[in-house]
Design a protein around this ligand. Structure first.
Ligand SMILES: Nc1ncnc2c1ncn2[C@@H]1O[C@H](COP(=O)(O)OP(=O)(O)OP(=O)(O)O)[C@@H](O)[C@H]1O
Ligand SMILES: [Mg+2]
Length: 263
């Protein structure tokens, strides 16, 4: 891994990707009232891999990402990130493990009262204790990477949806997470803005060693970037495999039915 603290993100190491497990869910169950949304779910993601979750609305995809962000707690099971337990775990450990994970949401969720630059520097300064200068330098590098150098001093309301989402991506990367969670990050965008955001994500997937767990309805994008696709239905993985396999020769009727509806 790069030791250059000025690099906008950690470059891919010389060795091939995938040196060990980074995320593991074991027997994870999540209920809302008497509705079981995830039912003894097991899966793992290796470091550096790009895994895409697909499946019908309500199948539990967002719930998985929210559990990893610790916005929700499982009712049963364990979640491990980089060998350390995220659930169950004492609060202090949760805070530490949680720093390894960044998330980009469908609705951007930028701080409306802060400039673009401050949106990106805020957490590195307050959570990681970075100096303001170092955080700003890094923020500018990230803004260059997402093509927003000219918008540093604007507020979110002065940007298009696509620009706001690219700020949100830069903001997540500013924390140098090991895992980036992406939940339908282009779904709220006007069609002509989608490609720009997907290009940024393709670039990150290609040029960094960050692990990605991605929920998307953009099947061409999923096919391009994924090492593995997991098909969910009713809180269970019904089919998993390489994108060529899932998209071209799905085994389950449910997968075929879903794909014919979204492709
Ligand atoms: N806070 C909550 N309270 C009650 N039920 C919830 C809550 N959050 C999610 N659910 C329910 O859990 C199920 C799974 O929701 P989830 O958001 O994970 O689905 P999803 O696969 O992301 O769907 P979509 O593709 O529509 O985003 C749904 O039936 C949903 O109604
Ligand atoms: Mg969802």
């Amino acid at each position: 891994m790069s030791t250059d603290t000025h690099a906008p993100f950690d470059k891919k190491p010389e060795s091939p990707r995938g040196n060990g497990e980074l995320i593991r869910l074991e027997q994870v169950t999540k209920r809302f009232g008497n509705h079981t949304v995830l039912d003894h779910l097991d899966f793992s993601v290796d470091a550096g891999k790009h895994v895409t979750l697909i499946g019908p609305s309500g199948s539990g995809k967002t719930t998985i990402l929210r559990l990893l962000m610790t916005l929700l707690k499982p009712d049963e099971g364990t979640i491990t990130v980089d060998g350390e337990q995220l659930f169950p775990a004492p609060e202090k450990q949760v805070r530490e493990v949680r720093k390894k994970i960044g998330m980009v949401f469908q609705q951007f969720n930028l701080f409306p009262n802060m400039t673009v630059l401050r949106n990106i520097t805020e957490a590195p300064v307050t959570v990681l204790g970075m100096s303001k200068d170092a955080a700003e330098e890094r923020a500018r590098e990230l803004l260059e990477m997402v093509g927003l150098t000219d918008h540093v001093d604007k507020h979110p309301a002065q940007l298009s949806g696509g620009q706001q989402q690219r700020v949100a991506i830069a903001r997540a990367l500013a924390m140098r997470p090991q895992v980036l969670l992406l939940d339908e990050v282009t779904s709220a965008l006007d069609p002509e803005l989608v490609a720009g955001v997907l290009d940024v994500l393709r670039d990150i997937a290609r040029s960094t060693d960050i692990t990605m767990l991605c929920v998307t309805h953009e099947m061409n994008f999923a096919r391009d970037i994924s090492d593995q696709v997991l098909m969910f239905d009713q809180g269970r993985i019904i089919e998993a495999g390489a994108p060529e396999k899932i998209f071209s020769e799905p085994e389950h009727d449910r997968t075929r039915e879903f794909l014919s509806a979204v492709l």
